[in-house]
Design a protein around this ligand. Structure first.
Ligand SMILES: NC(=O)c1ccc[n+]([C@@H]2O[C@H](COP(=O)([O-])OP(=O)(O)OC[C@H]3O[C@@H](n4cnc5c(N)ncnc54)[C@H](OP(=O)(O)O)[C@@H]3O)[C@@H](O)[C@H]2O)c1
Length: 327
């Protein structure tokens, strides 16, 4: 038997229960992984309330990205070994002592990267590299504004855009969050709770405006951000952590000759697994070389999964929250 944190009704973090289920058995092309770290993300909180794009089959465990040690290989798996440390995006059901996933999903973790750090890389950093490289086609010297800059997705966006030569403006709700964003490479900071977002974005990007805007927050910050865009700017639509999907006056796109560009990383992974794997290998290499520094807010035991998800909902998390099912 293995321990799992799972929910059987859509009622937020309080619905999570610690239970025992039968240990899964790997099929011919699968691996069984002893999970040492699970990265939690904002969308786990949406899944728990059935507010995400997809409704998960119940019972379901949060946690779509995991790291751990391969314990058993399926009979047809030849390119991996038992005992190897690996990271994988598995889509969900990660908050478990052991998981089975397809061998093609797993990527070896370099020696210089811990399991805890590796588990937080696929979704946030994977999204950032896909967004700036494939969707915005960010160029060196361009200005990049990141909303929700101290969250998991936000800090990853700052680091990746900076590595690509961007000049970064962090936007967040407190001085502490902006200080952390600066530690991760932001050149400027705007507090959107206390400052006029449009005026400050324009002032910091004179005379042109913002070239690329990374929006994981939506809500009331969206329109003032769009009004500060540069001619031929790219406004990246990633998510709505504020809880409100903004409605945009389309004339602004016409007047500014700018684009709004959707980014959906999980769909990209499904549609282009080869490019996803190349991005992951690149990110793990950058991490080992110290060129990206994933920030772990805190690690929790499996029985504390509800507490960890409540912190995300309460907007109290910076960087990533990790669950270690072996604690
Ligand atoms: N499209 C994609 O492929 C993709 C990929 C990854 C993530 N996402 C989306 O990106 C968003 C952020 O994900 P994350 O994992 O980085 O989350 P996170 O670490 O919890 O960060 C979210 C940030 O949003 C801001 N925020 C504003 N209003 C909020 C509210 N009412 N509740 C919570 N946070 C609020 C907070 O920053 P301030 O306090 O500074 O405002 C917070 O730091 C989510 O909507 C997620 O679904 C999308």
């Amino acid at each position: 038997m293995i321990r799992v944190a799972q929910f059987k009704e859509f009622n937020g973090p309080q619905a999570l229960q610690l239970e025992e289920v039968i240990e899964p058995v790997p099929g011919p092309n699968d691996v069984l992984i002893k999970v040492t770290a699970v990265g939690l993300n904002f969308f786990d909180t949406l899944l728990l309330r059935n507010k995400y794009q997809v409704t998960p089959p119940l019972p379901f465990s949060p946690g779509a990205e995991i790291a751990g040690v391969i314990e058993r290989l399926g009979t047809d798996v030849t390119d991996l070994e038992a005992g190897q440390r690996v990271v994988a995006f598995i889509g969900g059901n990660g908050c478990r002592e052991k998981v089975v996933t397809k061998a093609r999903n797993v990527i070896p973790i370099p020696d210089g990267v811990s399991d805890e750090v590796a588990a937080g890389i696929p979704i946030t950093y994977g999204t950032a590299i896909h967004a700036f490289k494939d969707r915005a086609k960010l160029q060196p010297g361009e200005t990049v504004a990141v909303l929700g800059a101290a969250g998991g997705a936000g800090l990853a966006a700052i680091e990746i855009a900076k590595l690509m030569g961007g000049r970064i403006i962090a936007v967040a709700s407190s001085g502490d969050k902006l200080a952390l964003a600066r530690e991760h490479g932001a050149h400027e900071g705007i507090n959107y709770e206390t400052e006029d977002l449009k005026a400050r974005l324009k002032a910091l990007t004179l005379p042109k405006g913002v070239d690329v805007l990374y929006d994981t927050v939506g809500g009331p910050a969206a329109e003032p951000s769009l009004r500060a865009m540069a001619w031929e700017g790219r406004y990246l639509v990633l998510g709505f952590a504020s809880g409100t999907i903004p409605k945009i006056p389309l004339n602004l796109l016409l007047l500014k000759g700018c684009s709004m560009v959707g980014v959906f990383w999980t769909s990209f992974v499904e549609r282009n697994p080869v490019a996803h794997r190349a991005n992951m290998v690149q990110l793990l290499d950058w991490c080992e070389k110290g060129l990206i520094r994933p920030h772990v807010h805190a690690s929790f035991a499996l029985e504390e999964t509800a507490k960890a998800l409540s912190l995300i909902e309460a907007r109290k998390v910076t960087g990533k929250v990790i669950i270690n099912p072996q604690l």
